[in-house]
Design a protein around this ligand. Structure first.
Ligand code: VG1
Ligand code: CO
Length: 559
């Protein structure tokens, strides 16, 4: 061992030993919607993690002399993976590693650090909303220099490299102390352990009106509950909401990150954040409630007696952005992922803003943000963000809503109802069928595909099909084309049904069915979404036959 983990300087002038280890390629290292996600046990197989990391390093133009940011959501295997990656980064010539203390960095914080330190890129260790623990999921994702997830041309290259890789490089050195803040030089590699929260908290302070928030919380007008779901946002929420904004300690629940998230899915929706949901629909609900996911990039927004769909949340943010200091001059444009409801499109049309429709996954927003074509973007899957980083950002969305409530002096339900009155309501729901046998899922997609040519013009009850296609995206900045991004059936009244297979699951296939219907009449705005969408739900089954083909009677999760 050449590095003394107690933090003492290593032998000056010593050249670290680098070993080249022979390895066999794995055939399944194709990154999905957001990085490579597999069971922990798969990542623990001989050379599995090392192969993928070396495939990334091999695919990058240059690693020598570069700075890499490193951190994860703290789930099981996080620390171990970080130690391996440090040794591999050293062997691949990186000159500096910036690592969150304890190996922790939320995804948006990692994005910010990459940008702020002008790093070459970063590795984020997370399987996001997937459960954690020895029998559950782990993941790894590479972000490029703009702070955003690597675009497809990179992820394709990583995968191609992983198919032929025959060796990886790793330095012989002891484990690094991840818990002491400060810099150490180990041979030619500088390792800097940073506080994971400070830079991010400072960024939030530069975007929102912290004085107004402090007053509104201090006066008791804003009461709140934030559920960190035993995941990464606990320390961030405590620092920002409690220490900086003065919210009572008990405003942040499940605030200690756990390696297995307490055995729960760290997925912020009404099903998984049930403790929060019960409170918000009960008699003692605070004015505002929110939750975030495993790696801190998702957000669920609720108010007393109301749940705000992520699609509505994006539209409401877009409509009110001028009330937030950082967006006071207005937005350059907005974007949403294809399955996200068209609510934000209505705001864009009213305010004459450019509006883009991208495939699912944050990597498609990066070019639009970099080119200044959009300021705000979001997905139906509880993701919203802006040009302040290149990832979706859970706590940012929470602060945005708090700032909005403070400025408008209105409870969440009033803000939402006023919005619907002005723009109409896009009634929306997503039905997930999880862990479907891969063959059956592929059969469903094939069956849907076969119907596409015949659907347009056909009428089903009150719905007439206007278009039926497979979504393809041509990036307006670099002209790259991404095909097969989900099957869409659009109706003449603007209603839609979208079908896609998930790219983040680790067991079988997950079919997602997205349903939406526009309702202009304010008298009908309080309808239950499942009831209002009942006809479309039936039609979706008629088209895809998921129940018939799987023998299931209902989706696993409805959001
Ligand atoms: C899901 C969501 C997608 C999101 C992705 C990553 O992908 O649908 O909108 O970008 O998760 O989010 P898929 O392919 O399973 O539908 V996270 O919070 O896991 O980084
Ligand atoms: Co996430």
């Amino acid at each position: 061992m050449y590095f003394n983990p107690s933090g003492h300087s290593p032998h000056l002038g010593f050249i670290m030993q680098i070993n080249t280890i022979t390895t066999q390629p794995y055939s399944d290292q194709n990154p999905g919607t957001s990085g490579l996600r597999k069971k922990v046990r798969v990542f623990q197989e001989k050379g599995y993690l090392e192969n993928f990391v070396q495939s990334i390093f091999d695919s990058l133009d240059e690693t020598a002399g570069k700075t890499l940011v490193l951190g994860g959501d703290g789930r099981y295997f996080n620390r171990q993976a970080i130690q391996t990656i440090i040794k591999m980064a050293a062997a691949n010539g990186f000159s500096e590693l910036i690592i969150g203390q304890g190996g922790l960095l939320s995804t948006p914080a990692a994005s910010h650090i990459i940008r702020k330190c002008e790093a070459y890129g970063g590795l984020i260790l997370s399987a996001s909303h997937n459960p954690g623990g020895p029998d559950d999921d782990f993941g790894i994702k590479y972000n490029v220099g703009n702070g955003g997830p690597a675009p497809e041309k990179y992820t394709n290259a990583f995968y191609q490299r992983s198919l032929t890789i025959d060796s990886y490089r790793i330095a012989e050195m002891g484990d690094v102390d991840l818990d002491t803040i400060g810099s150490t030089q180990i041979d030619r590699l500088k390792i800097t352990i940073i506080d994971p929260v400070s830079d991010y908290a400072e960024l939030m302070q530069s975007i929102f009106d912290f004085n107004l928030l402090k007053q509104s919380i201090g006066s008791g007008y804003i009461t709140l509950r934030f559920d960190a779901m035993h995941a990464i946002t606990g320390p961030y929420a405590k620092r920002i909401l409690v220490d900086m904004l003065g919210a009572p300690e008990e405003s942040v629940i499940n605030a200690t990150p756990l390696e297995d998230f307490g055995g729960h899915h760290p997925d912020p929706n009404l099903a998984h954040a049930h403790e929060l949901a019960e409170l918000m629909f009960g008699p003692h609900a605070p004015i505002f409630g929110a939750a975030s996911d495993g790696d801190g990039d998702r957000n669920m927004i609720t108010g007393s007696q109301i749940f705000v769909t992520p699609s509505d949340s994006l539209a409401i943010m877009a409509a009110n952005a001028r009330l937030i200091p950082a967006y006071a001059k207005g937005l350059s444009g907005v974007a949403r992922s294809m399955p996200t409801s068209q609510a934000v499109d209505r705001v864009a049309a009213a305010y004459k803003l450019p509006c883009f429709e991208t495939p699912t996954g944050w990597k498609f927003f990066g070019n639009l943000l970099d080119a200044g074509k959009i300021t705000l973007c979001g997905e139906e899957s509880f993701g919203t963000g802006s040009d302040h980083v290149r990832e979706k950002d859970g706590l940012w969305a929470v602060l945005f809503w708090l700032n909005l409530i403070a400025r408008k002096r209105q409870p969440v339900a009033d803000i939402v109802h006023e919005h619907w009155q002005k723009f109409g309501r896009d009634i929306y729901s997503r039905h997930d069928y999880e862990a479907v046998e891969t063959e059956i899922a592929n059969g469903i997609v094939e069956h849907l595909r076969n119907q596409l040519p015949t659907l347009p013009g056909q009428t089903f009850g009150e719905f007439t099909v206007k278009f039926a296609d497979e979504f393809s995206y041509a990036d307006p900045v670099d002209d790259s084309v991404s095909k097969n991004q989900g099957i869409r059936v659009g109706f003449t009244d603007g209603s839609r049904i979208v079908f896609r297979l998930s790219g983040t699951g680790t067991v079988g296939a997950t079919l997602r069915i997205y349903l939406e219907k526009f309702e202009a009449d304010p008298a009908k705005h309080d309808q239950d979404a499942q009831e209002a969408l009942a006809e479309l739900i039936k039609l979706a089954e008629q088209f895809c036959e998921v129940k018939k083909r799987t023998g299931r009677t209902a989706p696993n999760v409805i959001t």
